[in-house]
Design a protein around this ligand. Structure first.
Ligand code: CTP
Ligand code: MG
Length: 602
């Protein structure tokens, strides 16, 4: 808590407990009251335990809640039920039972398979709720309510931009962007359910299999809808390999030319195709340095990347999680930078010669380590120096991932040492990279200061856990130049907002709106607002002008003059629309355009 107080930002205090992970702060035992921080391992253990006592049940609609609750609570005690929909409009309830035993009881007492269909039964935590045949059992109105309704619903961009427009300060805008887009509690729960499903299905084939989420789903920098990175490990513990146990299993050696992991991943890919409910579009990429299987989970609506034996990825997520929890400004700042980079096309969902979110996040963390403005974050070297015996972690290929895990042991003067607000930090971030010597310097979170580049890669971001590697080695010279240009543009934009004048792209709005649609949207904007005129209202059947940008521009001029649109009410607009019987000239274009006060019109 005192971390928050040190920043002196009351609004941060208010918001800091509003995200998906904050409730865990309150889950600590009484004896832990002196602790400020909860560790990544504790969070992961809590999330895994939660998944072990949860089921995801497909239902007819959210009104199935009472019946499902009544039916299940006859057999077991329920903690909470969370409702969500997937993109196919199907409804699901994630039920968290009180204990793992409860879940076993319920599966034993009332789960079934489909007898008649041409399928082979498989047990997994994903089920569906069959309608009753015959007389419908009556359940009393439950005293419990749905913990969450439509929990996977993402914020509508247009609504969000309207809210951002109405914010008082740029700092408020940044905080709001983060609060509205951060991966929420049900998003995290579902990701752990997807991992749990694989563990259950694969455990009949492998003795000690573990499937763990890593990357943005768990490192605190994820947003709603982000991909799910999963790692599969198979490590036998000391007890299982004890020489005192004299009955030893006969086992199967992996044969053939290829590496055993490649062959196992091939099998995993086949299992995903044939045995994992919800998994679709399986794609095996086995010849990469780290073999990977990509798939989509249709019941949860998430794209997954499953790799094996990559525990360093988990330790990296732990490091990022820790740095993010040291100061409440870190995650909102990273969030706005990620959104800006996406909007200006610096990052892209597909792999290529450009930046991705992971190195971009390291750029933000590195900036926050800079001492000249009072470090917000410590260097990794400092965390390594303070590490004790319990912090030793060795990943595959003997990679040493040891650093301090218990952040309560970190001296308070090594972090959160300035009280700049988010706006100032964002501006300084852009300014810092506008002046950064990308030509000769590399970014090193280990040192917390620029170091000499060991080679001529255009952008060099030292991998914090494997310092001989550059995590942005794929970035081309052109993309690095674009980064330099875009940070300068962004700094210039923010500076121009400092006079307090609120134009329609003031503050972060001018940074996070997609550049490609910004021109057209700007053209269709009504007054100083994010409500947009529909192309439908500008063109009609008899028009010989195509709805090109030029055409829209001239139409818009006329529209503004004749209709004084700025103050027009929605009902007036609708009336006019009917009266003149305007129809879409080109539905393709019209679809892409936002409607005026969408919530009332449609
Ligand atoms: N990772 C790593 N070294 C790299 C690339 C990735 O250790 N060179 C690890 C990081 O822990 C990273 C995770 O793999 O967070 C997943 O990588 P990626 O999916 O590219 O990034 P995310 O952080 O998950 O971001 P996004 O939301 O874009 O998926
Ligand atoms: Mg990812």
């Amino acid at each position: 808590m005192s971390v928050l107080l040190q920043t002196g930002k009351v609004y941060l205090l208010r918001k800091a407990f509003n995200n998906s992970f904050s409730k865990y702060i309150f889950h600590r035992k009484k004896s832990d009251v002196s602790r400020k921080f909860i560790s990544f391992d504790e969070i992961v253990a809590q999330r895994r335990a939660e998944a072990r006592r949860s089921l995801v049940v497909q239902v007819n609609s959210e009104s199935s809640f009472n019946e499902l609750y009544g039916y299940c609570s006859k057999y077991a005690s329920i903690d909470d039920i969370h409702h969500y929909k997937n993109s196919g409009g199907e409804h699901f309830m994630l039920i968290e039972f009180s204990t793992e035993e409860n879940l076993k009881d319920i599966l034993q007492s009332c789960s079934s398979h489909q007898k008649d269909l041409d399928v082979m039964g498989v047990q997994s935590p994903f089920l569906w709720f069959r309608a009753t045949t015959g007389v419908k059992e009556k359940y009393p109105q439950s005293v419990k309510e749905l913990a969450v309704k439509d929990g996977s619903l993402r914020v509508n961009e247009e609504v969000l931009f309207e809210e951002l427009l109405n914010c008082e300060t740029v700092s408020d805008q940044i905080q709001m962007l983060y609060d509205r887009t951060v991966l929420n509690d049900i998003g995290v729960r579902l990701r752990y359910m997807v991992a749990r499903q694989l563990e259950i299905i694969f455990s009949s084939l492998y003795a000690n299999i573990k499937v763990q989420p890593f990357g943005s789903s768990v490192n605190g920098f994820g947003k709603m809808g982000c991909d799910l990175d999963l790692v599969l490990t198979n490590t036998l513990n000391d007890n299982m390999t004890s020489p005192n146990h004299r009955l030893v299993y006969q086992e199967k050696k992996s044969e053939g030319g290829r590496s055993p992991w490649q062959r196992h991943m091939e099998l995993v890919g086949a299992l995903l195709e044939m045995r994992v409910p919800g998994a679709s579009r399986v794609q095996k990429i086995l010849n990469a340095r780290v073999p990977i299987v990509k798939y989509s989970h249709d019941l949860v609506d998430v794209d997954c990347d499953l790799c094996c034996n990559n525990t360093s990825g988990v330790y990296m997520s732990e490091l990022l999680w820790q740095l993010g929890s040291l100061d409440p400004r870190v995650r909102p700042l990273t969030c706005v930078v990620r959104c800006w980079a996406r909007a200006v096309g610096l990052t892209n969902a597909h792999p290529g010669r450009w930046l991705t979110n992971f190195p971009l996040t390291l750029l933000v963390l590195f900036f926050l380590q800079q001492k000249d403005h009072g470090p917000v974050l410590p260097t990794l070297k400092h965390l390594v120096d303070l590490a004790g015996k319990d912090d030793i972690r060795i990943a595959e290929e003997n990679l040493n991932c040891t650093f301090l895990r218990d952040l309560d042991r970190l001296p308070s003067e090594s972090y959160a040492q300035n009280d700049d607000d988010l706006q100032t930090l964002l501006f300084k971030f852009f300014e810092f990279y506008s002046q950064f010597d990308f030509q000769d310097k590399a970014i090193s979170l280990n040192e917390g200061k620029p170091i000499r580049k060991p080679n001529s890669h255009p952008l060099y971001v030292v991998n914090p856990l494997e310092q001989a590697l550059n995590v942005s080695r794929n970035v081309s010279y052109e993309e690095c130049e674009r980064l330099r240009l875009e940070v300068r543009n962004a700094a210039w934009h923010l500076e121009s907002c400092m006079d307090g004048h609120k134009s329609d792209d003031w503050g972060i709005l001018g940074l996070v709106e997609q550049k490609s649609s910004r021109g057209l949207k700007k053209l269709l904007r009504v007054g100083n607002s994010h409500r947009l005129v529909s192309v439908k209202d500008l063109f009609n059947e008899s028009d010989d002008v195509e709805p090109s940008e030029q055409g829209i521009r001239s139409k818009m001029e006329k529209y503004k003059k004749t209709d004084k649109l700025t103050g027009a009410s929605v009902s007036e607009m609708k009336f006019k629309e009917k009266k003149s019987e305007m129809r879409f000239k080109n539905s393709q274009t019209a679809k892409e355009v936002y409607r005026i006060r969408r919530n009332k019109l449609i």
